[in-house]
Design a protein around this ligand. Sequence first.
Ligand code: SF4
Length: 293
Amino acid sequence: MYNAEEKTKRGSLMKQFSQTQIQDYLFCPRRYFLSHIQKITWPEPVSPSFEKIEESNRQGKAFHLFINRLIQGVSYKELISQVYETDLNQWLKNFKKYNPLPDNAKIFSEIEISAIFAEILWIGYMDAVAFLPDKIQIFDWKTSRRVGDPKVLLNSPQTRLYCFLMMQNHQNFLNFSGNISPDQIEMVYWYARFPSDPIHLQYSAELYDKDLFYFKDMAEKLCYDDRANYPQTLQQNNCRFCRFQTFCFKETLLEDESLEDEFLDSELFGFFQQPDQDIAGGSESAQKNFESF
Ligand code: SF4
């Protein structure tokens, strides 16, 4: 983990990638090229599906904000008094009732962790991290309408990058002494709509070894500058929910309502995040403070 000055100095000399770049590349290489290399700002088509996606993203962001405040020590009573939307209100109640954060842990909320690997500055923006004496848990809050498939999540860029970065950074956190092995790192996906059923994914030495190759390979794939290396996806269904559809095809593609729910759950994969959407505040919480719950 670099301080701001060092990161600025080093980061200005090299490319920086978060999970968003990897997800965009996997969704469609051309989308990655347009968003992150050409940096084209392109408006989303005006349609009911995109409005629903936008609304879903707005609620998700609001929920993350409330949980961050709760961990920072703002009282539950005060927060719930500010939430007038039914879904958000219920999610906050669910968090209070099924609070997934462990007791007796040092909790960090909305933190940024980075590491240089394969000449790339990799960055992860984590919703919360709990440091226990013999374990580190990385938490991600999900507001999607379905619980993710553990196998898909274990192989997702988010799980891989966050566990990989934590393995490289754990020594930099206060109050955590000694070396840890990868199997002491765990990623936890907690679903606001399914609060009693979080998904726990344990990292391992085998996964870490695979990730050393994976991120080296990704670094090569994401570093070309020319369009020829970034073809359009063959999954045309992706295009129906991509804001660049009017750029690539010069028309608005017909929406497929049967796919809408799947894409509304895009938070499972982050397909619709804007490049800087998941940049968090980077603040650290005090010791977990549940007196005010
Ligand atoms: S519209 Fe389709 S081909 Fe074009 S960037 Fe989006 S996903 Fe890729």
